[in-house]
Design a protein around this ligand. Structure first.
Ligand code: GLU
Length: 262
């Protein structure tokens, strides 16, 4: 009898233990472990948004966001080059993140309550504000004056949502990228662009025929985006620690100065 009970107990233990092992094997690893095992982090970045994420003349990714992404790679591997950049746009970046095409996004992305339902964000690494850019000499002086006028936005940006809410009768003309939006303004296709000031600034610096109006209509907290859930937690905590250290040491400030966004 005792032998039988013992045998049953052993059998139960074997079943339980093999079950546990299987669960561990099948469960996808947490993000930090996955990235370490792969030997590189895959980061979604802009390739057309100066000075955050763009390409130099040799096709290398450069910019303020790119430097933040490289710091993350350095923190993980001790080597900023263990990184792969994947181009994203405002309208496809959440899909690229959620589908697993990229590990994280460093892509001029603002924290919003709506986005927080889909993804997780790090601490803020830059603050911008929504602004209006017009052709020099334009009679437009405020957002309200854009009512019933043609206004350019970039699809998927916070400006698209804010404009539709604040000026519901504006005639919204959307583009996928900021250079396309800027070219459309230059070509007279609309009265204004509404977008983040630090993105618009680069066009205005290089082109005296456009100007940015002085009022700001929002606070845009740029942060690193992660897939929602516990698997992202360890990497997210490390990125937060990194950003907070860079803010306290003044390094973030120096980087902002270097890229002309301070
Ligand atoms: N920061 C804004 C956003 O997250 C605008 C910049 C962008 O479109 O990437 O939507």
């Amino acid at each position: 009898m005792l032998k039988k009970i013992l045998l049953i107990l052993i059998l139960c233990m074997v079943v339980i233990l093999s079950g546990c092992g299987k669960k561990q094997k099948d469960e996808p690893k947490d993000l930090l472990d996955t990235v370490k095992a792969r030997g590189k982090i895959i980061v979604g970045v802009k390739t057309d948004t100066k000075p955050f994420g763009f390409l130099d003349k040799d096709g290398n990714n450069i910019g303020y966001d790119i430097d933040i992404a490289k710091k993350i790679a350095y923190m993980i591997f001790g080597n900023e080059n263990q990184i792969e950049f994947v181009p994203v746009t405002p309208s496809n970046r959440i899909m690229k993140l959620s589908s697993g095409a990229v590990d994280i996004l460093v892509a001029t992305m603002s924290v919003t309550s709506q986005r927080l339902q889909l993804i997780d964000f790090s601490s803020t690494y830059h603050i911008a504000g929504q602004a209006i850019m017009v052709r020099k000499g334009s009679p437009v002086t405020s957002l309200k004056e854009l009512n019933k006028k043609k206004v350019i936005i970039v699809y998927g940006s916070t400006s698209e949502k804010n404009l539709r809410l604040a000026v519901p009768e504006a005639i919204v003309i959307g583009y996928k990228t900021y250079p396309e939006a800027y070219n459309a303004l230059k070509a007279g296709k609309a009265e204004a662009i509404v977008a983040d000031d630090t993105i618009l600034l680069r066009f205005a610096i290089d082109d005296p025929s456009v100007e940015i109006l002085s009022k700001r209509y929002s606070m845009e907290h740029y942060a690193v985006a992660f897939r929602k859930g516990p698997k992202s937690e360890r990497l997210l905590e490390r990125v937060n620690f990194m950003i907070e250290t860079m803010v306290r040491s003044g390094e973030i400030s120096r980087m902002q100065e270097q890229w002309g966004i301070k």
